[in-house]
Write a protein that binds this ligand. Sequence first.
Ligand SMILES: Cc1cc2nc3c(=O)[nH]c(=O)nc-3n(C[C@H](O)[C@H](O)[C@H](O)COP(=O)(O)OP(=O)(O)OC[C@H]3O[C@@H](n4cnc5c(N)ncnc54)[C@H](O)[C@@H]3O)c2cc1C
Length: 492
Amino acid sequence: MVKSENIIADFIILGGGASGLSAAVAAAEKGASTIIIEKRGALGGNAIMAGGIFAAESPTQKRLKIDLRKDECFRTAMNHSHWKINPYIIRTFIDKSGDTIKWLENKGLNFVPFIEPIAGQGGFHLPTGAGIGLVKHLTDECKKLGVNILLHTDVKKINSRTKGELFLIEAKSNEIDITLKSRSILIATGGYGGNKEMLKKYCLDYRDNMTCYGVPNNGDGISLAMALGADTAGLGILHMAGPTLPKSIVLNINNEPNVVRVQLSAIILEPNTVWVNKRGKRFTDESIGYNHFGSANTVVIQPDNESFTVFDNNIVNGWIENGFILGMGGPMGLQGKTLHGLATALQEHVKRGWVNIANKWDEIAEWMGADPQILESTISKYNSDCENRYDTLFNKNPKYLLPLLTPPFYAVKARADFLSTIGGIKINEYMEVLDKKDIPIPGLYAAGVDTGGWNSDTYNGLLPGNAFGFSVNSGRIAGENAAKYALELKSI
Ligand SMILES: Cc1cc2nc3c(=O)[nH]c(=O)nc-3n(C[C@H](O)[C@H](O)[C@H](O)COP(=O)(O)OP(=O)(O)OC[C@H]3O[C@@H](n4cnc5c(N)ncnc54)[C@H](O)[C@@H]3O)c2cc1C
């Protein structure tokens, strides 16, 4: 077994995802010798799968004449959380966000204009190549700046030390034990979406039938920080989405001359459908799917975290002729486009168990495991509400009220899932890790979804892109501050 104690750096980063890469570039730009330790064989983490990042008052918005003020976003974030999050962290994040777009643009990354259908506020910045584009860009910057990247390297222990001394990190790199020393450390290991024990222990919303869409991170960084005396904040939040289905369940719609690939989950969010639980009861205004993070909350509290989106042939024909209304889960611009092969594509999913098609509601109820009388009474009430143009239960906008009268009838099974966890390590607005007395642990920083205090129990869809956005911004801020700390320490 090889032991090396020669590796010393100003700044060592655990995790090479959105926040780790941003921190590495920011610290190396300030002159700090920087190492990224990444457990997997590739950099990027969940950022590889992400779309856009949130920002306010950015140069991109200025060019597009989108007037989204930082003050307004600060207020939105605080109100959304009922002021249960740390206003200093939010202020710092939002104030930095526009400048971070400039920072990235100056490195050659472009952002394409994109007005999100969910909230429509214009805060969502989609980089060229989406998350992969951003990761590639930051990785190239790291290489240019001489950041040392250790892949396949897993940190086992960080030894506590007194102020002014070096951190000692014990890790396994490609099956070889190594030790590293550093003046400052960033924990950025992306949460614990793959750790069932932690999910069950901390997340009240976690259910056994949930899938984590993202990288199955293990919570390593949170455990290491706790072992160093860190306090926790916001531990137990899931970045949920729903109703949803595994992303691999795709409709191949033969739309001559092209085949359009759309995730089946696109259909289950359409606002003119009806959502029922496995008892056959409707449970929400279905247009809540415009914010499918909020709508996940309506699903997760249903029996067995199961929902069924039901519709009739008339609605299918409407999608065939006019395309989807919301159109999530596929290529952009599905709204208003004909989808000729949709009915056949839906039929193909019947044998896979996600879709049922029948001429009578009691057959649909039997497939769902619901009492047929309850389902029929739900549909009959909804149909009479449609006739009266008033949703007596949930006041859905009348423009989405279409009666379900024309067989065949359809049901698609869904549930709430999650992208990753959010929350864990308590930090302040400098991304310094705080101990149980609320005092910063010198030289120890944390960023991204390993940290808490910036997101309440539900992901804030009103500031779209804020998880990726917070990760990039908190990483950048942590990198700047860690470099400053380390270089001052070195000069003593
Ligand atoms: C499908 C999908 C789509 C998404 N789309 C969006 C979006 O459009 N907008 C948005 O705001 N958010 C989105 N997100 C969320 C966003 O990707 C994350 O919030 C963000 O990537 C978190 O950044 P992070 O640095 O905290 O973690 P990550 O980016 O996950 O990085 C963590 C890194 O740490 C590494 N690691 C883990 N353990 C260790 C260890 N012990 N030692 C060393 N390295 C370790 C991991 O391998 C990983 O590379 C999406 C997520 C998913 C899954």
